[in-house]
Structure formats: structure tokens, C-alpha cells
Design a protein around this ligand. Structure first.
Ligand code: C6P
Length: 420
């Protein structure tokens, strides 16, 4: 297959990512662990450095020059995120530490206060632990019952079974947009519509979709959506919660402290307007501003273009992995052009343990992840103790996939000689 956009994207943008230009174990680094965290372009690195060098100050507090400059940049980052996911209002964007904190915010603020014994929460078996454990807490505390959508034979979200699970008892649904293990792209618009028809609220975990494809919250029509900055070219320590205004307005604060109050008395307090009601304490200011720069960077390339390019790379990755008989990839196959699933492949290789695969690949400079990827229940269902996972970004190239495939073949040959 030909990678038509390769010269114009993967190779073109690599100069923006200093970290990619190094050797690991004497070999050029091939970074294929982008689902765990993405690398950061110069624009983001310069933005955070510039913040600390030029205008580091606390936000929303001081009347002095540096503080108002920091506040403006912090709030401008919020506007950028609102536009990026097409939120109706900037008040619908709450900065959090990461997607995990955003899910916990909804669990504690909405779940603990709105669910009752016998109410049903629907999740899917492919959820990341971050989208299971908070709901276990809620179920344990409120008496709500957890139900799980299972997999189709193609290892995708079973929409028909979801329809059967839905009932007047369903009060809340929380589903991942793109599975970090199976790579399937779930039909979130339809899932939201079905949930709403039953009067349920729905949260979408968009951690693995927002960095890789256009995401439009008004089109999806979800009640909440969460993402982590560090997976979308921004620093760690910052992520966001999108919530429809009426939902966020009805929710009590998650944490108490400075920034989120209107007036404090010794025996009670009143809270400030959205979104600050949910941003107690000094936020990750430089990181949030740098997240705004990451959004600028992604917008400058274009999310449509990123999705097309990564799909082409996916097609190539699957074509090459498909030639290795021992490799068993989890999740759906892409179509013949590489579309229809995310740019990652979780796989096992027969007798060879995924940790051994990733360790030997590291010797060749190739970084992939191995383990359960925080989807332990899913791995149990797949009957795999863990898997190896190569996950791509728009700064990867087909040459890097070739290096990965060559190193993987050599690794498997090495073990086949030992095992005999
Ligand atoms: N997945 C991976 O290697 P945090 O840790 O809050 O930034 O993201 C949590 C999270 C939630 N949902 C999905 C679908 C995710 O993929 C992740 C993070 C990483 O797959 C780290 S375990």
C-alpha cells in the first residue's frame, strides 16, 4: 500500500518533536507507546517554559500584571478546548488533573447524589479501570447496580446487547469512545441517543479519541466527556471535563477550597459560577496554558488530516503484522484502507510473554507497552494474561513500522530457537 500523506505529515512534523531524535540502546528511538502518553512538540515546550520564565503567577487572585496575564492565558486555553470539541459554552469546560479525575468528579458529584438502590449503571467490559472503579465506589455507596456491555464475536461493542440491558432502571451510562486495548471506535452518537431515550445520563471517555480524530460533543450529544492533556501533546497534570451546562449547574462541588467559592462563613459557604465551582485550589496553570498550545498545534495540522494519516498508517501496521503467523491481534480489523479502528494494535505472540517481547524490542530502540493496559477485566475475557501494544501517532512513519516489524520478527525467531 502507498502512504500518500507520509511525506507531508509523519516526516514533516517530526522536527517539531525533539525527543524523537535520540538513540535508545544504540538504536534510533521508535516511539510506539502513544496511547500511554504522547510526545510534546516545541510549541508546547516553549509555551510552558515561557510561562515560567515570563509570567508565572497565580490565577484569578492578584490584580498585578503577571497574575492578570496568567489568568488571561489560562482562560484562553479553556476557550481553545471548548472550540476544539465544539462545546456550546466555555463554562462547560472544567480543568482537571487528567481524565481519571474528571470521571471521579462526575462519580462523586453526580453519581453519589443522584443514584439510589436498584438504579442501574451501564459500563462496558472494555472500559479502562478509570471508568470502572469510580462507578464501583458509587454502586457500593448508593446501592446502584453495575451492568456491563459485552463484546461481539469481532471484539467490538455489542450494541444489540446494550439495547437489551437498557431499561427504565438505567440511570447512568459510561462508555469509552475508542478502546485503548481493542482499538475499536464505538458508535457513541447512537449509544448516547439510546441512553437518552431511556432517560439515562451518559459520559463518554474520549481519552483515546480526542488526540486522534475530530470530536464534536454537540454532535455526539453526551452529557459529559473526559480527556487527558498528556495524550494530546500537552504536559501531564492537566486534563478536562466537558459537561452540558444544565448538568454541571445541577451538580454540587467535588472538592472544597480556594477558587471555588463566592462567600465563606464559619458555618457555611456559597460557591462561585461555572466552571470555577469545580476548580478548587491552585490549578496546573502552566500545564493548562500548554494544553491550549497543544490544541493550537493539533488544529494547525487539522484533526481530519491526522485521522486520515493515522488510518493509512494503521492499514500498513495491520498488513505487516498480519504476515507474522504467531501474532494474534485483539479487536476489529481495519478496512482495506486502514479505516474503522484506532491506530493501535494489542497483540499476543503464542508462547512468548508480552513483557519479553517489549523488553527485547526496547533493546532495538522500539518502545511499546506490555501488560494489561489498565483493562484487566477485558484481558480476562480475552483469555490473555496481558498483551503487547504498539500505538501510533501522526508523527510516526511507515519506516518506523518497518523497524518495529523487523525487531518483532527477530524477537520471535530468538524465542523460537530457545523454545525449540
Ligand atoms: N490509558 C494507556 O496506556 P489518565 O491516566 O487519567 O490520563 O487516563 C486514564 C485513561 C482513561 N481512559 C482510557 C481509554 C485510557 O486509555 C486511559 C489511559 C493509558 O492505555 C494509561 S493506562
Amino acid at each position: 500500500m502507498t502512504l500518500t500523506q507520509e511525506k507531508t505529515l509523519g516526516n514533516l512534523v517530526r522536527q517539531d518533536f525533539p525527543i524523537l531524535h535520540q538513540e535508545v540502546n544504540g538504536k534510533p528511538l521508535v516511539y510506539l507507546d502513544n496511547a500511554a502518553t504522547s510526545q510534546k512538540p516545541l510549541l508546547v515546550l516553549d509555551t510552558i517554559r515561557n510561562y515560567y520564565e515570563q509570567y508565572n503567577a497565580n490565577v484569578h487572585r492578584g490584580a498585578h500584571h503577571l497574575s492578570s496575564k496568567a489568568t488571561d492565558a489560562y482562560e484562553a486555553a479553556r476557550d481553545k478546548i471548548a472550540n476544539f470539541i465544539n462545546a456550546k459554552s466555555r463554562q462547560e469546560i472544567v480543568f482537571t488533573r487528567n481524565a481519571t479525575e474528571a470521571i471521579n468528579l462526575v462519580a462523586y458529584s453526580w453519581g453519589m447524589n443522584n443514584l439510589q438502590p436498584g438504579d442501574e449503571i451501564i459500563l462496558s467490559v472494555m472500559e479502562h479501570h478509570s471508568n470502572i472503579i469510580p462507578w464501583q465506589f458509587v454502586a457500593q455507596k448508593t446501592g446502584a447496580i453495575l451492568k456491563y456491555v459485552e463484546l461481539t464475536p469481532e471484539e467490538t461493542f455489542d450494541l444489540e446487547q446494550f439495547k437489551k440491558l437498557l431499561s427504565h432502571k438505567t440511570k447512568f451510562v459510561s462508555i469509552v469512545h475508542v478502546s485503548n486495548t481493542l482499538g475499536c471506535i464505538n458508535p457513541v452518537k447512537e449509544i448516547c441517543q439510546l441512553a437518552h431515550e431511556k432517560g439515562a445520563k451518559i459520559l463518554i471517555d474520549a481519552c483515546q479519541s480526542v488526540p486522534h480524530m475530530p470530536v464534536d460533543v454537540q454532535q455526539i450529544n453526551c452529557d459529559w466527556l473526559v480527556a487527558s492533556g498528556h495524550k494530546m501533546c500537552a504536559p501531564t497534570g492537566v486534563g478536562f471535563l466537558y459537561g452540558k451546562l444544565e448538568n454541571l449547574e445541577s451538580m454540587p462541588p467535588f472538592m472544597g477550597g480556594g477558587e471555588m467559592i463566592a462567600d465563606v462563613f464559619l458555618d457555611y459557604s456559597t460557591y462561585t459560577e461555572l466552571p470555577h465551582k469545580f476548580e478548587a485550589g491552585t490549578p496546573a496553570i502552566g500545564e493548562a496554558i500548554a494544553l491550549g498550545a497543544a490544541v493550537d498545534y493539533l488544529n494547525n495540522i487539522g484533526m481530519d488530516k491526522i485521522y486520515v494519516y493515522e488510518s493509512e498508517l494503521t492499514g500498513y501496521l495491520f498488513e505487516q503484522l498480519g504476515k507474522i503467523p504467531e501474532v494474534r491481534i485483539y479487536g476489529p480489523l481495519p478496512d482495506n484502507k486502514g479505516y474503522g479502528r484506532a491506530a493501535l494494535a494489542s497483540f499476543t505472540t503464542g508462547e512468548v510473554h508480552p513483557n519479553d517481547v517489549s523488553t527485547l524490542l526496547d533493546n532495538e530502540g522500539v518502545a511499546i507497552r506490555s501488560g494489561h493496559h489498565c483493562t484487566q477485566p477485558l484481558h480476562r475475557i480475552l483469555n490473555a494474561p496481558g498483551s503487547a501494544r504498539a500505538s501510533l501517532s501522526f508523527y510516526n512513519t511507515s519506516e518506523e513500522i518497518d523497524i518495529f516489524i523487523k525487531a518483532l520478527k527477530e524477537t520471535l525467531d530468538f524465542f523460537s530457537n530457545i523454545i525449540g
